[in-house]
Design a protein around this ligand. Sequence first.
Ligand SMILES: [Ca+2]
Ligand SMILES: [Ca+2]
Ligand SMILES: [Ca+2]
Length: 472
Amino acid sequence: MTAVNSALSAAQCEFRSNRAGHHYGAGIYGGPNSTAAVSSCLFAENRAEGSGATIGGGAIKHEGEMLTVTNSAFVNNVGLLTMGGSYPGATGGATQSLGKLVVRGSYFGGNQANNGGALAVYSAATIVNSVFSGNHALSGPTLWTTGYGGAIAILASQPSQINLEGVTIAANTATEDAGGIYFSGFGGAATPPLVENSILWGNRSSNNELAQFQEQVHGPVNLWYDDIDGLAAGIPGEEPPQCPGCMDADPLFVGPLGVDGLVGTLDDDLRLAGGSPVIDAADNSGFAGITTDMDGNSRFVDDPNTADTGLGTPPVADMGAYEFGSAPAAPTPTVTSASTPVVGTPTPTSTATPGDTAIATATSTVAPSATPTVCVGVPMAPVVVDPPDGTTLNVRRVWLDWTDVSCAMHYEVVVRARAIDGRRVGWRRNLTESQYRTRALPPNRSCFWQVRACNTSGCGGWSVWSQFNLVQ
Ligand SMILES: [Ca+2]
Ligand SMILES: [Ca+2]
Ligand SMILES: [Ca+2]
């Protein structure tokens, strides 16, 4: 699919085994003046290969205004330089991003490219609650430097804010430098990225001269409340790495290879096992505006068996993509005498594998039709449906739509201009339907909105912030 001067959105879809030549992404190409929003999609075995100065993005190449990726999975996509010489290497096996990028709740496994096995980032980016497992950066037939950044290569050459929040990066490899995250810094011209509340574990590079720490992350990256393999040993002969609130301890993943015994496939389970040192060890403020983890469960859950070593008012969040012990509230009897079946919210389930969250959003928690719905406590957070995150619209009044939440009696919506802490331009409480049409909003503006569901017990968590852009 290609978008130029337009808004593209794709949901609950699969892009498989596509091929692209020297310039375009094999799955999606977002060209100049476009936005693209992808949600609940699987990208598998797409390849962008050939020769050229900008080749890459096996699944998605993004040169537009905004690319939003939500609850999706990228597996075994490839960006490769096949004939080199004076061309630089292909970057971003899954996604090559030259415009603004937001990734939430997504899985990247087994992708490869010359630089940035999964992701190559050239511009502002926010990556939240996502997993990178078994991606690979491999040297190419070129005079340029290749084999950098097994999971992510940050190649911005000018100031751009790049944040990783609650990200798990494990068992990625690079032939040259930084199996995890590589940041060149371009002579100090680029803004140092922030890697916060994240796990970098077991990433490797074949360059034996590197310290174990540099195999996880290389370059002037700001680190804050992370678990990093080799941090304690640091880089021999250099000052210890600056990493406040950080640790160097096995995060105790449940099953990093999954049942197939292979790294980089959809069944890799990077959830935390009991006793993991990263439980209740994050800085809550880093998750401001984020209410859920990669499974769509609450981001803030206390584990009573773990001392809180993180920062913030309990419950304290965990490092990495998954919150330990977080699950949808278990129902116990009361309320509703529903004679009609009530269908629950199709949020990703807590038992789903990363792949399931990508392709199986239809698996909802459905109450048996003969049984009255039981409700206790506040409702779950709704999931934003429309407009898809990052959409550009040319209307002034916008229809907002979200999933019905079981046990909700009414909804509350907030719309803010320019930023999630910007001026409030819309606010409604006591909405009895799961949709709302705003009043006329300011033109030529980005708006951010979220919604929560309420009942007699109070209001549940807010949905993830969603953005739309108004042109007119
Ligand atoms: Ca596996
Ligand atoms: Ca605790
Ligand atoms: Ca916690």
